[in-house]
Design a protein around this ligand. Sequence first.
Ligand SMILES: Nc1ncnc2c1ncn2[C@@H]1O[C@H](COP(=O)(O)OP(=O)(O)OP(=O)(O)O)[C@@H](O)[C@H]1O
Ligand SMILES: [Mg+2]
Length: 272
Amino acid sequence: MIEIHNIHKTFGDKKVLDGVSGVFETGKTNLLLGASGTGKSVLLKCIVGLVKPDIGSVTFDGTYFTNNKLDIRQEIRRKIGMLFQSSALFDSMNVQQNVEFPLKMLTPDMSKSERMDRVNFCLKRVGLEGSNKKMPSELSGGMKKRVGIARAIAPNCTYLFCDEPNSGLDPLTALKIDELIKEITEEYNITTIVVTHDMNSVIEIGDKIMFLYEGKKLWEGTRDEIMDTDIRELNEFIFANRLMRDAKKVEEEEREEEREEQQETKSENQQL
Ligand SMILES: Nc1ncnc2c1ncn2[C@@H]1O[C@H](COP(=O)(O)OP(=O)(O)OP(=O)(O)O)[C@@H](O)[C@H]1O
Ligand SMILES: [Mg+2]
């Protein structure tokens, strides 16, 4: 479980994060949702320690991270897997070398054959068995994301952070990547945080969602609750999408029908 408390961050005179607190649960796909420029990536960077918050703290499974001693922060960092917005593969390395890289860095005691076993295991897990020798330039966008996921989970991560994992992908490939992240999260009981502005991801994998608006947390809840809030900014965000508006309409019509049926049954019962 990751807990964040009262995170503030200002760049120059621009306040980007304004007191964000919350909890990200273990074994769940926790989503950070919000419009472009609202501070999602900055918050993610504050959590992993790439950006230092001005105020506030982050705790990983009870261990205080922000401003803690370097060796404690490094210990936690070793448990973090990160999938960057652009996949960020090393262009000069093939798939195998990309996935092997964090193992070399983080587990220097591992033998070459142990590393290869782990690389092959992770590549198989993301559906890329046998692609070891391909170069990133030979991969599709979806395959690159898969290699990015394999690289992130290679050192047996406890925490997985994915920044816009399905940006630039077609809807079907995006769905497959989302599902893969959710499956891996549940299978290995990882605490996963996915940054997204994609409502499809919310509906498919949003175990728990935090909605950010102009650097503040305006709402949090589950995918079952998100359609029925009275938060204006959240509703404007969700229902900017026509499909979501249609889905809401169908849901309301079904509820209305249900109400009418219940009403009819009630009055029939009263007549009997
Ligand atoms: N290193 C930085 N220096 C100055 N300003 C920054 C820095 N990083 C982010 N910002 C600003 O912080 C704001 C929030 O940026 P952030 O990248 O977190 O947005 P986002 O919610 O991830 O958006 P998107 O969905 O487009 O990725 C933006 O206005 C951005 O310009
Ligand atoms: Mg971003």
